[in-house]
Design a protein around this ligand. Structure first.
Ligand SMILES: Cc1ncc(COP(=O)(O)O)c(C=O)c1O
Length: 424
């Protein structure tokens, strides 16, 4: 729906909710409550997704199997633990647009980023640089800087930190292209966020990958804010690797096990250097307990340890819901919800804030980042006191994400109404 069809009155939101074919999915989640028992206006799926009501049952199933079967649960549980992580890889690969063998669900995001860089960041004197976007998530910055130092290079010389043009908040696609074209021969690794955590800008993964590969760079993405938020076609786009966490739009629960994609063209490169652990060893001979590591084919070959089943179980609950809802339908609702929020915010017409997320639909996901020009932290606190859960990122950004699985048009309406009050 375009901006010209949106209306600013409350009834419009109610009518949109009535006509929303995905509205019933909200009932499948626990919505946090205010002190007087009303639903919070939860707009923080970009930080921690809500708990599917079925998560407990999925977890209890594994606790029960553990109680009932002990170690036999690995083979005889309802969902045997030995191949348990594969249930998730299958569902995740559909969501990520990848072949099942290209996905593994393991560890945490930053940990996976390091494991991937151990294999794919192989700096040489001619090609040692890493390109990231200015304002990349701090953990990514720490990770790449530590990798550069680990290889005895100097961060000042080996890190490109690409900034938007003066006075702009987001990078332009053509500027990324131009930079890679110019500097690409010295770049070993390009690592961009699929969606920048601060601005909400979506990068064109295919375009960046193409530009990087043309220059011989490894191209990778941090999809923490993209997985479960925007449609992904990782296999087709051809990126070398990608990593993401599962506690944001994927609703896997705090600190949930993360995801990792390795393009299949690398999956048979058994001589790629890697940090090894027994769970990455060929499963047919893993329990022969031999001294020499022979990796599984595909992304599973990067596993280190046997997976934490109790942490994976809640993620299965959420992935079931994703399979039912379908990413295409979710994206369609997401585009509409976010545009509606933008429409209402623009209708306030105040100089006290500006939206720094790109206005073009294809350049953003669910999140809008609102730059508050003065005393924004206080505004955020006032909204929290009224039951609106967004989040604050220093120095001046308030981030809100209407999530199509559990947010409604009425949530968006209520948020903007309270935001306007709090501004005053
Ligand atoms: C874009 C991005 N990258 C990396 C991380 C770090 O994730 P983890 O703590 O799971 O390693 C986060 C966490 O919010 C993030 O938003």
């Amino acid at each position: 729906m375009s901006h010209t069809q949106f209306r600013t009155n409350r009834e419009f939101a109610a009518t949109m909710d009535e006509g929303d074919p995905l509205a019933h999915f909200r009932q499948r989640f626990h919505i946090p409550k205010t002190e007087n028992g009303e639903d919070c206006t939860y707009l923080c799926g970009h930080s921690l997704g809500l708990q599917p009501k079925t998560a407990k049952a999925y977890l209890e199933q594994e606790l029960d199997d553990w109680a009932r079967l002990g170690v036999q649960g690995h083979f005889h549980g309802k969902n045997p633990w030995l191949p348990y992580h594969r249930l998730l890889a299958e569902q995740t690969s559909a969501l990520a647009g990848a072949e099942p063998g290209e996905i593994v669900v393991m560890n945490s995001l930053t940990m996976n980023l390091h494991l991937m860089m151990a294999s794919f960041y192989r700096p040489s004197l001619q090609r040692h640089k890493i390109l990231i976007e200015h304002g990349a998530f701090p953990s990514d910055q720490y990770a790449v800087k530590s990798q550069i130092r680990f290889h005895h290079f100097d961060v000042a010389e080996s890190l490109f930190d690409l900034s938007p043009r003066a006075g702009e908040s987001c990078l332009r696609d053509e500027d990324i292209d131009e930079f890679i074209e110019r500097e690409g021969e010295s770049i070993a690794l390009i690592l961009l966020g699929g969606v920048n955590y601060a601005t909400g800008q979506v990068f064109d993964l295919e375009r960046v990958t193409k530009a990087g590969h043309k220059k011989g760079c490894i191209v990778a993405f941090d999809l923490a804010h993209a997985a479960g938020n925007v449609p992904l076609r990782l296999h087709e786009c051809g990126a070398d690797f990608a990593v993401w966490c599962s506690y944001k739009y994927l609703n896997g629960g705090p600190g949930c096990v993360a995801g990792c994609f390795v393009h299949e063209r690398h999956s048979r490169s058994l001589d790629l250097p890697r940090f090894a652990g027994w769970w990455g060893h060929d499963e047919h001979t893993r329990f022969h307990m031999g001294p020499d590591f022979r990796p599984m084919l595909g992304a599973e070959g990067w596993q280190l340890s046997n997976p934490p089943i109790l942490a994976l179980a809640p993620l299965r609950a959420s992935m079931e819901i994703f399979s039912e809802a379908g990413m295409e339908r979710l994206r369609a609702k997401s585009l509409s919800l976010t545009s509606y929020m933008e429409f209402l915010l623009r209708a306030i017409d105040s100089p006290k804030f500006s939206i720094i997320t790109p206005p073009q639909e294809q350049r953003r996901g669910a999140q809008l980042s609102i730059q508050i020009h003065n005393r924004g932290r206080e505004l955020c606190d006032r909204l929290t006191a009224r039951g609106v859960i967004g989040d604050w990122r220093e120095p001046n950004v308030y981030r809100v994400a209407p999530v199509p699985l559990y947010n409604s048009y009425s949530d968006v309406y209520r948020f903007v109404h309270l935001f306007q009050e709090a501004l005053q």
